[in-house]
Design a protein around this ligand. Structure first.
Ligand code: PMP
Length: 318
């Protein structure tokens, strides 16, 4: 989980490293909230902290800003933002950390529905992460979490764009998560406009049935970097994987369900809409595909895996 910011933490804003309290914008900062962001993890490893799939996250930030038509100032290109993220982890003396780069409009310009004349701000914060083996529940990573189908639909790709990690997309996520919590679940399962399964409030969803892995296609979900990692692991493990439309009853009848995300990592799901997942069909958890994915993921992010060493960027090299 993310630890609350230290008052002396260092933040990066528009090219400057500043104390947390001084990294402010004016009250008129574009209140429609047009902006994009990333969520990135650094891991304390045996050879010092390293950021997992940093270049892929930065590339997605730039794709998000391209989709929304927000021109990131040329001085803050991908290489510079990679360097800043590494330097922030070092400056704040972090090991396990959560890094959030964001790009947003600042200024009022008549409070109109346009972005002409507004300035574009770029910021990065890095916060300590306490690795308590939990996601949304103290026992989440081990025993699994409970999902509930949300009454809110994931946005249609014709109105908002799923491939952009845009601030606006998270209004739906926040409403859906609050509703799930109010109903006693840990997270929401969002459907698309036609009733097909998309993703959780901040994580992608996978099913396992008869040893085969399924995940919804990327058309109405965020193209998660952990999702891609798991798809790569599955191929390396010799498992069959299908990216195809899934229904709620596919989820209810799966042998295993798990979520993937930078914060969620690999989190098993034990219950969906009050139905226990896989209770009759799955073998002992240690043999489960979810567990194998968790182990493979943990080895990679901690730098203990032989393969894909390039996924880790040591912060000391910034
Ligand atoms: N879907 C949504 C809506 C998310 O917010 C996230 C978290 N970034 C994900 C999926 C998972 O993406 P990633 O694996 O890149 O963190």
């Amino acid at each position: 989980m993310i630890v609350d910011p230290h008052p002396d933490a260092t933040v990066w804003l528009d090219g400057e490293f500043l104390p947390w309290r001084d990294a402010t914008v004016h009250v008129t900062a574009h209140h429609y909230g047009v902006g994009v962001f990333e969520g990135v993890r650094a891991y304390a490893g045996d050879r010092g902290p390293a950021i997992f799939r940093l270049r892929d996250h930065t590339a997605r930030l730039f794709r998000s800003s391209q989709i929304l038509g927000i021109p990131v100032p040329p001085a803050f290109g991908p290489e510079e933002l990679d360097r800043v993220q590494c330097e922030l982890v070092s400056r704040n003396r972090l090991g396990d950390a959560y890094i959030r780069p964001f790009v947003f409009y600042d200024g009022a310009s008549g409070i109109g529905l346009h972005t002409k004349g507004l300035s574009i701000r770029v910021a990065v914060v890095a916060l300590a992460w306490r690795d308590d083996g939990a996601h949304l529940d103290p026992l989440g990573k081990d025993q699994g979490i409970r999902l509930r189908t949300a009454s809110h639909r994931r946005q249609h790709p014709g109105s908002l764009f799923a491939k952009a990690k845009a601030n606006a997309n998270y209004v739906t996520s926040i409403l859906a998560l609050a509703e799930a919590r109010a109903c006693g679940a840990h997270d929401a399962l969002l459907l698309d406009h036609e009733g097909f399964v998309t993703e959780a409030s901040g994580a992608n969803v996978f099913l396992v049935r008869d040893g085969v892995i399924y995940t919804p296609p990327a058309e109405s979900v965020l193209e998660g970097i952990t999702r891609r990692t798991v798809l790569e692991f599955a191929v390396e493990m010799g498992l069959s994987v299908f990216e195809r439309r899934l229904t709620r009853d596919d989820v209810y009848t799966a042998d295993e369900v798990f979520l993937t995300g930078t914060a969620a990592e690999i989190t098993p799901v034990r219950e969906v809409d009050g139905r226990t997942i896989g209770a009759c069909t799955r073998g002992p958890r240690r043999e489960a595909i979810t567990t194998r994915m968790q182990e493979d993921y943990r080895a990679h992010v901690r730098g203990r895996a032989g393969l894909h060493r390039g996924w880790l960027t040591p912060v000391g090299n910034a």
